[in-house]
Design a protein around this ligand. Structure first.
Ligand code: DC
Length: 247
């Protein structure tokens, strides 16, 4: 399977072959954006599973580039060098139950890219407009056929401004930090420094000049602070049903 110039592959390419049955509806493009810890990944992956869609975590692509930069000792501030690295990346996103398995040059980097140094680096490499341009082009190609739930920071604003459904999932910062701590099963001093890093990445994502994290004007904003995962999923599923019934 080849994407030609695009070196990012995903199962979306094989799952979303044009339907031979003319009566079957085109599958939706669903964008889920929001800050870290708001519950995007879980909701996107559960929703995709229910709909039989592909879940694509765009953050994993920035993380893969960040890892490559760490390994090549490239500066996170050197936009030109980062773009060159990006152009030679072979990332493969493989949707699995509970998230994407990420392969870089055939190597499984799924756990490695969740580590703190990569999280920090991903937030720094993603500020560069030319890096984002490259990422956005790949992401558009991956999702163009529909039948995708793509999550990130700029999916509804930049990648798919005409997505069928845009969700902006937010939550109180303290609650987001607590969720992240629970997820990573960390406490005490480590938890405090991880929380501080999360806050800093959040600030960087929201204030960068290129495609800062923000809700698209036509996104449905869901605040998950006081909601369970099941409640959020139910709300999103209702929105999907409405979209499908109006087609
Ligand atoms: O969603 P995540 O935490 O895995 O994302 C890692 C970093 O990549 C995060 O700091 C923001 C950035 N990112 C982005 O700028 N745009 C996206 N569409 C997805 C992630």
């Amino acid at each position: 399977m080849s994407w030609g110039a695009a070196r990012v592959q995903s199962l979306a390419s094989t799952m979303n072959e044009p339907s031979k049955d003319e009566s079957s509806p085109r599958k939706l493009i669903i964008a889920i954006d929001g800050p870290a810890g708001a519950g995007k990944s879980t909701i996107a992956s559960r929703l995709a599973l229910k709909l039989g869609y592909v879940n694509l975590e765009s953050g994993a692509m920035y993380r893969a580039l960040a890892l490559k930069a760490i390994e090549r000792d490239a500066s996170f501030d050197d936009e030109g060098a980062l773009v060159k690295l990006a152009e030679n990346l072979h990332i493969h996103l493989e949707p699995t139950i509970g998230g994407n398995r990420t392969l870089l040059d055939g190597r499984d980097i799924s756990s490695r890219i969740r580590e703190r140094d990569v999280s920090e680096a991903a937030s720094r490499v993603s500020v560069h407009p030319k890096v984002r341009e490259w990422m956005v082009a790949q992401q558009r190609e991956m999702g163009a056929g529909g039948g995708v739930v793509m999550e990130g920071r700029d999916i509804g604003t930049q990648v798919f401004p005409h997505a069928d459904l845009k969700i902006f999932l937010d939550a109180d910062p303290v609650v987001r930090e607590q969720r992240r701590m629970a997820q990573q099963k960390i406490k005490g001093d480590v938890a405090a420094s991880v929380a501080a890093e999360l806050r800093e990445r959040d600030r960087r994502d929201r204030t960068r000049a290129a495609s800062p994290l923000m809700a698209a004007a036509d996104a449905v904003v869901i605040n998950s602070t006081a909601l369970s995962e099941d409640d959020v999923l139910a709300q999103v599923e209702r929105l999907v049903s409405e979209k499908l019934s109006h087609r």
